[in-house]
Write a protein that binds this ligand. Structure first.
Ligand SMILES: C[S@@+](CC[C@H](N)C(=O)[O-])C[C@H]1O[C@@H](n2cnc3c(N)ncnc32)[C@H](O)[C@@H]1O
Length: 335
């Protein structure tokens, strides 16, 4: 998978969701301070260009610095192709946490399907909007993401890959965490009630693009995203398989309307709402969409813009209340 381009510019929706973890992060920092007198080490897996991570950690550290003076080291992890310059500059900006005393950062450019930090050196494993990415694509003939296929066998394959990948993530984090260390994970999941999910809007727009024959059948079938939205049943199976390594401190399913929808409810500006949703999807889909169409560079760009317009059209034609669902999880490594 390729890193996301210009993610910092259009990730307010993810920020709104990630902000829901601040209280949890504060509580795991307080817990971490009981585990060490030297340095509290946290790793942020899938930090992308860093603006959301910077704001979340900044907010949590501002609160805990009132009572806890232990040095803090935050390690940011993402793929080597991530824009690390942007991450570095944001951490030093007003949005960042490096303004707080005795607070440090570093970065590790490698997959979170590998070991990111040495054995038993981590007090906090943190991740928002990243562990829905699979280590490999499960190919589905009828959907962009295999877990949304109409074909039961494809959904079963997706479920199997989703479970294997999460067990691997938890195995690696188990090695990295000190005994008693905690995980705070916010991960895209399957809806538990009927409102439209962001990924369904994407599928509708893509189907419509094909129905209008803007893209060929081959191009239509080539657009894939390696995301898996786990169900509560899948999570229960995963938790039971790691129950001798981790204590489940809390699990909750949350849905978030976008800040763009909130603005639309206040001002009724349909075009503004459609544009914000298009910008939200731009970094999340650009690389995979461009790869799926076999055209000249100019045509690719033109068709991608048409695809984004189609997302805007579908949004305004249907129920505008589109949501993102998350599993919010706290786990503790059993000593
Ligand atoms: C949607 S962004 C989330 C950014 C930020 N954590 C937030 O909450 O806004 C997901 C990030 O996960 C990264 N990612 C996906 N697969 C990864 C992997 N195997 N290893 C490390 N990072 C990965 C992507 O490159 C991307 O930057």
């Amino acid at each position: 998978m390729q890193a996301l381009v210009d993610y910092n510019k259009s990730s307010d929706w993810q920020l709104k969701a990630a902000s829901s973890t601040i209280e949890d992060l504060i509580s795991v920092f307080r817990h971490a301070a009981t585990l060490t007198n030297s340095t509290i080490v946290a790793c942020d897996y899938g930090s992308s260009e860093g603006l959301n991570s910077a704001k979340i950690f900044s907010s949590a550290i501002q609160t805990i610095r009132a009572t806890i003076q232990t040095p803090i080291h935050i390690i940011h992890n993402d793929l080597p192709s991530n824009n690390w310059n942007k991450l570095a500059s944001v951490l030093y900006s007003n949005d960042g946490y490096l303004k707080y005393p005795d607070t440090y950062s570093s970065s590790v450019a490698k997959s979170f399907f590998e070991r990111v930090v040495p054995n038993e050196t981590l007090h906090i494993a943190f991740s928002t909007s990243s562990f829905q990415y699979l280590s490999k694509q499960v190919v589905s003939p009828d959907s962009i993401e295999a877990c949304l296929s109409e074909i039961p066998e494809i959904r079963a394959q997706a479920s199997e890959q989703g479970e294997a990948d999460m067990l691997e993530i938890l195995r690696l984090r188990y090695e990295e965490l000190v005994p008693g260390g905690r995980c705070v994970f916010l991960i895209h999941c399957m809806p538990d009630e009927g409102k439209m999910m962001h990924a369904e809007l994407l599928s509708k727009a893509h189907n419509s693009l094909f129905a209008k024959r803007v893209i060929t059948e081959e191009e239509y079938k080539s657009f894939k995203r390696p995301n898996h939205y786990r169900t509560k049943t899948e999570w229960d199976r995963i938790f039971s398989k790691v129950s001798s390594q981790y204590k489940l401190v809390s699990y909750e399913t949350k849905s978030f309307i976008s800040p763009f929808y909130e603005k639309f409810l206040a001002d009724g500006d349909q075009e503004g709402y459609a544009n914000s949703i298009k910008n939200f999807f731009r970094p999340l889909t650009q690389a995979a969409f461009l790869k799926s169409i076999a055209r000249s560079p100019e045509e690719k760009t033109e068709i991608f813009e048409e695809f984004l317009n189609e997302i805007g059209n579908q949004l305004l034609e249907g129920d505008p209340d589109v949501r993102i669902w998350y599993s919010s999880i706290i786990l503790e490594k059993i000593s």
